[in-house]
Design a protein around this ligand. Structure first.
Ligand code: NCD
Length: 311
């Protein structure tokens, strides 16, 4: 496995399976009364978040703590970054304290990779702009594998604001590595530029027609409409978006019974996903959250347990 996890490109199909195997063991810890393993005792991890987050940050924090690491959360709001310190200085400063791993979320695509060139400890990308969010894709793949047995030959529809989605980009790479085929569904304005080139890759297709894709899907992943990354109108009205691309109650009926529904959160209920779909028996939304801790424990373990401490 690579030293860093910056992108799904850093892990092979074999690495992903290894991460899943360890995650399954870590998952058992969640059901114990005493949720502690000694694997990262004496190691220090900093979660450096320059963008808002609920689940990713707390999930990394819990994962580190259950492995007995010391975990420090730093958010840009309230740090020296808001006083004008450069990203490089912030990163070098926290690293100089003697940390063993850095989990970073940043609004700029490529930020995690840039940081990994400045410091010597493993860097885990917790989301960089619209580029990648590898641990989200790994936890999605893990959740789906547990539900479907294997992803080999399975067809996953990924639907929503794909232009702005790092979850989409990481998932296409990860799901196809695991043998699934992916159909990306979005209105033309939210389909990433250049996506046609990806179609040349095995197992990837695009569509503007959700109703055509849904009946053939073995799983459906709905993605959030990311208004905060939009400048201008990507669709006429919210209502029109929902009519064309929302997982509405009517569309639920079109799915094969038992088809799992995923959403990385945060959900815009009533926009890209109806309450009926979000709360459906086949919704895996909370399974994804729970798997997130196990998968991040596994990633932290694989990247940090073997490393020499820098202290
Ligand atoms: C995603 C993110 O931040 O990229 N959320 C998450 O990590 N669970 C997706 C999103 O913000 O819509």
């Amino acid at each position: 496995m690579n030293k860093h996890l910056l992108s799904i490109d850093d892990v092979s199909a074999g690495d992903i399976q290894e991460i899943f195997t360890t995650a399954a063991e870590m998952h058992d810890v969640q059901n114990r009364q005493v949720k502690k393993l000694p694997a990262l005792r004496g190691r220090t991890v900093i979660n450096l978040f320059f963008e808002d987050s609920t689940r990713t940050r707390s999930s990394f924090e819990i994962a580190g703590k259950w492995l007995s690491a010391d975990v420090i959360n730093l958010s840009a709001k309230g740090s020296s970054a808001s006083k004008g310190e450069s990203l490089r200085d912030t990163v070098l400063t926290v690293t100089a304290m003697g940390i063993d791993g850095l989990v970073v979320r940043h609004g700029a695509s490529g930020a995690a990779e840039q940081i990994s060139r400045w410091i010597d400890v493993p860097v885990i990308n917790a989301g960089d702009g619209t580029h990648e969010h590898p641990t989200q894709a790994l936890l999605d793949g893990y959740t789906l594998t547990r539900r479907l047995g294997t992803l080999e030959g399975k067809h996953v529809a990924i639907v929503g604001d794909l232009t702005h989605s790092r979850v989409f980009r990481s998932n296409v790479k990860s799901l196809t590595k695991l043998g699934a085929t992916v159909t990306a569904v979005a209105p033309p304005t939210l389909m990433p530029a250049g996506v046609g080139d990806w179609s040349k890759a095995a197992g990837f297709a695009t569509s503007y027609d959700l109703d055509e894709v849904l009946p053939q899907a073995d799983a459906v992943m709905m993605l959030r409409v990311q208004r905060e990354r939009m400048s201008g109108g990507f669709f006429p009205t919210a209502r029109e978006y929902t009519v064309g691309y929302g997982l509405t109650r009517d569309r639920l009926a079109v799915l094969e019974p038992g088809t799992p529904i995923l959403h990385p959160g945060p959900m815009n209920r009533g926009l890209e996903i109806s309450a009926d779909a979000a709360d459906a028996l086949d919704s895996l939304v909370l399974d994804q959250v729970s798997a997130g801790v196990a998968v991040r424990m596994s990633v932290l373990y694989h990247l940090l347990a073997g490393e020499e401490t820098s202290a």
